[in-house]
Design a protein around this ligand. Structure first.
Ligand SMILES: [Zn+2]
Length: 304
């Protein structure tokens, strides 16, 4: 009984003090946007189940076939990054249980950006876990309203309360986990990336969870509601280029070739997700696609 009591008191403590934010001092994914024909089929396709698995020692994939969710575990409490769609929440919770963890032990929820396909499951998972949701100031109002104030073409998400605002450089610490926050706007005004140190295949690795690597049908030229969008993307690319990572992760699994890496993992390659060159390759590729799209929109805007 004493052990249980101790565990509970530690847990209570971790709930109130788990989050150590040190004010101090970086990529998302294509958002499917329109509620057009085929939307229900698209959602169903994105929500196909995937068996959860370990990426690095305390970092697990618990998302769906096309929408990521990452569980970072510690005996003092877990962190969940992203909740996919509203209809994905049960699947994410089940995946966490399959791994032997409890959704109720999640202390902190994070979301890479306030689009329905990543934030939709947050409200349900927050209710289930009692976790606190931390998000950037720029994405906070959109998470809380369930809509994106500067886009008319996106599906809504269930509104969810943000408990604390994250600033650039903020550290989120629970037990042995320390995540560093990198504001990487562009894909949304508050798109957020995180980095952390972990172990993979017996070696220390730097992991990055990236936001703002794609333009998702966004206006890049002359949109009064987000005039700085192109500059934000460029600043984000510059920030990410200055960083190093051994494991590159993103919020759509296809983007980081999850299936192929997962297969190599199953074939016995414990370092299947380790690729120190991938971050720079991905950013360079994202930047080329962005500049091409920007040029296309500028030419369109200049047409008489
Ligand atoms: Zn998006």
């Amino acid at each position: 009984m004493k052990g249980v009591f101790l565990a509970r008191s530690l847990r209570a403590k971790s709930r109130s003090a788990a989050l150590l934010l040190f004010a101090s001092a970086s990529l998302s994914a294509p958002g499917f946007t329109h509620q057009d024909k085929g939307f229900a089929e698209q959602r169903a396709a994105w929500n196909k189940p995937v068996a959860p698995f370990r990426i690095a020692d305390n970092v697990y994939y618990v998302g769906t076939s096309e929408l990521s969710a990452f569980l970072i575990t510690d005996p003092q409490g877990h962190i969940l990054i992203d909740a996919a769609m509203e209809e994905s929440a049960d699947q994410i919770a089940a995946n966490i249980r399959t791994l032997g963890f409890k959704p109720e032990d999640i202390d902190i929820l994070l979301v890479n950006h306030a689009h329905w396909d990543h934030s939709g499951g947050l409200a349900a998972l927050k209710g289930l876990s009692g976790a606190r949701l931390l998000a950037s100031a720029a994405d906070k109002p959109d998470l809380q309203s369930g809509t994106v104030s500067y886009r008319d073409d996106l599906a809504p998400a269930p509104p969810v309360k943000v408990d604390q605002v994250l600033n650039d450089g903020d550290k989120i610490a629970i037990g042995a986990i320390t995540l560093v926050t990198h504001l990487t706007p562009g894909h949304t005004k508050g798109c957020t990336s995180w980095s952390m140190r972990a172990q993979a295949a017996g070696k220390p690795v730097d992991i990055i969870f990236t936001c703002s690597l794609t333009v998702a049908g966004q206006p890049l030229v002359g949109d009064r509601r987000y005039l700085d969008v192109a500059q934000d993307f460029r600043n984000t690319f510059a920030k990410l280029k200055s960083m190093k990572a051994d494991i590159f992760l993103n919020f759509h699994p296809g983007f980081f070739h999850m299936s192929e890496k997962r297969q190599r993992l199953l074939n016995g390659d414990a370092a299947a997700f380790v690729d120190p060159a991938e971050l720079q390759q991905q950013v360079a590729s994202a930047e080329r696609s962005f500049e091409k799209e920007l040029a296309r929109q500028q030419a369109e805007a200049n047409q008489p």
